[in-house]
Design a protein around this ligand. Sequence first.
Ligand SMILES: Cc1cc2nc3c(=O)[nH]c(=O)nc-3n(C[C@H](O)[C@H](O)[C@H](O)COP(=O)(O)O)c2cc1C
Length: 160
Amino acid sequence: MNDKLKSLLIVGHAPSPNAKALVDALLNGAQSDDIEAVHTKLLSPFECDAQDVLAADAIILFTTENFGYMNGALKDFFERIYYPCLQDLKRNEAKPYSLVVKAGLDGTGATESVQRIITGLKWREALPRLLCKGEHDLEFVTLCFEHGFTMAASLDNGII
Ligand SMILES: Cc1cc2nc3c(=O)[nH]c(=O)nc-3n(C[C@H](O)[C@H](O)[C@H](O)COP(=O)(O)O)c2cc1C
């Protein structure tokens, strides 16, 4: 086991095949051959608890926009991890994260609902939010691959 191995956690609920293609692309990008010392784990929000979050060196959050908000799975995740994470200042504060939103029409509500909670958690945005909006497009898959790769490469190189 490499002592310097860092961990990237992707928390994503994919309620449709299109959303799943984006989550898979995030994972594939983060697991590219060029990434040397980062272990990436993909978990559904329902499988993820505060220990997973605190143990991660960086986190990618993925959500669809549902009813002008993050999806219910991610909300459930935040409700369970919020206070336990705040209680562990050292491993929680300034945690690098990024957000990917898949929306049918808009994406603003999902983005803002996540960002409000992140403000409370005091995490640090490592990459600008990626919004994939509208009908499914193969370009979204490419963008998610690049997003996953960039987060993992930034961690690998000690940039975040
Ligand atoms: C119950 C429900 C509510 C939704 N609400 C919104 C919404 O408020 N804003 C929006 O842009 N898209 C909304 N959508 C569309 C989803 O974001 C979209 O289905 C999701 O991103 C998956 O993409 P796909 O339909 O291409 O598979 C909603 C979808 C569902 C099923």
